[in-house]
Design a protein around this ligand. Structure first.
Ligand SMILES: C[S@@+](CC[C@H](N)C(=O)[O-])C[C@H]1O[C@@H](n2cnc3c(N)ncnc32)[C@H](O)[C@@H]1O
Length: 252
């Protein structure tokens, strides 16, 4: 698997801000973007009496306007560099619901469809009077005929693909509190791309998407702003990429 000349690093991931990093990626070079951004679940009230979820120094606590602007900046850059689809996994919460609705409305012409990740082990009710979040959305923004819902050239003969519900079993990863199950990026890659395609995860977290890329024979690239997660990413992924020519050869 050859690494393209524009690749911004000697590694499959970059520790840094994706909003800056994505600017260095040329137009129409990434086949799929698969990602789960921070949900803005900080101190804005979602978790009631529970401790807000934080990613190290990153507080995850913007206003609805700021959060919408943050996701819009990501989406604008993402749509510039992607060839096909962006899969954006989000969980509606108090801290982000206005922002998400605004984002969807503003980008409605690019919204191709929505997948629903049904949780086999939904969290208990987090606060009196709040519905327990048993489902997350995977918003699909697309450059491929977004005005219809038909995905071209994928799936089985006859363009058969499964329905819009996925029910993966989540497993925790030491040191990161907000991962998605490995089977989500794996299923998306297998369903919506071809071997050798390039996949980007701008909000890499523990590196799950890179792991899925490795397991499916795809070239993966990721950004993660929090350096504390680098050892986790390396541990999960880097020890196994020695066969990809051009990447830094280091073990964990
Ligand atoms: C919901 S988690 C992603 C979890 C990931 N899907 C996994 O399975 O591990 C979101 C991640 O985005 C990171 N992040 C937040 N802002 C970022 C930015 N501007 N650039 C890159 N990473 C960012 C956070 O540190 C956090 O690890």
């Amino acid at each position: 698997m050859d690494i393209p000349s524009w690749w911004p690093s000697k590694k499959p991931y970059i520790i840094g801000d994706c909003l800056e990093g994505m600017k260095k990626i040329p137009d129409n070079t990434i086949d799929l973007i698969i990602t789960s951004p921070p949900y803005n679940n900080g101190a804005s009230g979602l978790w009631g009496h529970l401790k807000p979820k934080k990613y190290g120094k990153y507080s995850d606590d913007m206003s609805q306007e700021e959060y919408c602007g943050f996701l819009q900046s990501f989406l604008t850059e993402g749509m510039r560099i992607v060839k096909k689809h962006i899969f954006l996994n989000v969980l509606m919460s108090t801290g982000n619901k206005e922002a998400l609705i605004e984002l969807i409305f503003h980008n409605r012409k690019s919204l191709k469809d929505i997948l629903y990740w049904i949780k086999t082990n939904p969290p208990a009710q987090i606060q009196s009077g709040i519905l327990s979040p048993g489902v997350e959305w995977i918003l699909i923004f697309s450059k491929e005929t977004p005005n219809d819902r038909c995905f071209r050239g994928i799936g089985k003969p006859g363009n058969w693909i499964p329905n819009n519900i996925i029910t993966p079993v989540a497993k925790s990863v030491d040191g990161h509190g907000a991962i998605f199950p490995l089977s989500i990026p794996t299923w998306l890659i297998k369903t919506f791309s071809f071997e050798g395609d390039i996949v980007l995860d701008p909000f890499l977290g523990s590196g799950t998407t890179l792991l899925a890329c490795r397991e499916t024979g795809h070239l993966g690239l990721g950004f993660e702003i929090n350096p504390e997660y680098e050892p986790i990413i390396r541990k999960r992924y880097m020890a196994n990429v020695m066969n990809i020519e051009g990447f830094e050869q280091k073990s964990v």
